[in-house]
Design a protein around this ligand. Structure first.
Ligand code: SAM
Length: 206
């Protein structure tokens, strides 16, 4: 059921109205964070893995970033097929995040946007992402944050379209990353008052 719902959305995902007020603005923020990171890092070749990449919009928008070797992972074949259409030359992993340890390499940058709330064991997955990240790497997590009652109520409606989800509050997220990551920056996106708050975390390994 979980995978099927994303296969169902795959064909029309890039046309959904949430692209305008939620997913698109998140990508803009994440691209900005990545550009800043790349501008201060001295290496000319950087690898990036987008976990839960969906139809690959972020990967597509990052094309042309000099020296950035992009790759994406998602468990939905439908989503990956759409991503492959627009990101022809990049590596895609059709994998459940629970199997992240099957990837036998590390990355300089790992992004995970609007995907964490759907993972069965968020704590285990964050540990796996931590292991996949290079020592001085950057991890960026963005998700609708169940921080207050308003957000929680709105997110009940979102769940009707996505299936089971658990949206971490700031407090929950801090617990999830405790001992693994330190927060470099926490930013918030709220384009419309009726949209849930989106938290964007830039993290470094402890
Ligand atoms: C709301 S979409 C977000 C897609 C994209 N990151 C974005 O920001 O537009 C959530 C994505 O997470 C993927 N996903 C959910 N649970 C997953 C899991 N256990 N393993 C891998 N991918 C998963 C879904 O297939 C879907 O593509």
């Amino acid at each position: 059921m979980k995978k099927k719902i994303w296969d169902f959305w795959a064909k029309n995902y890039s046309k959904l109205w949430v692209q305008k007020y939620s997913l698109g603005p998140t990508r803009t923020k994440v691209k900005h964070i990545i550009s800043s990171y790349l501008s201060i890092e001295e290496s000319t070749a950087m690898s990036l893995l987008d976990v839960g990449c969906g139809t690959g919009e972020l990967l597509y928008e990052l094309q042309g970033v000099k020296g950035l070797q992009r790759s994406g992972l998602d468990f939905s074949k439908g989503m990956i097929e759409e991503s492959q259409k627009k990101n022809k030359d990049i590596k895609h992993y059709v994998l459940d995040v629970q199997e992240l340890d099957k990837i036998e390499r590390k990355f300089n940058i790992i992004t995970c946007t609007h995907s964490l709330p759907y993972y069965p064991s968020q704590s285990d997955i964050i540990k796996k992402i931590h292991s996949l990240l290079e020592k001085d790497g950057l991890a960026v997590f963005a998700f609708a944050s169940g921080n207050n009652w308003f957000d929680k109520i709105i997110l009940l409606f979102v769940k009707l379209t996505t299936g089971p989800a658990s949206y971490p509050s700031d407090k929950d997220f801090k617990k999830l990353i405790d001992g693994l990551f330190q927060i470099e920056k926490r930013e918030v996106i709220k384009i419309k008052p009726y949209m849930p708050t989106i938290a964007v975390y830039s993290l470094k390994k402890v």
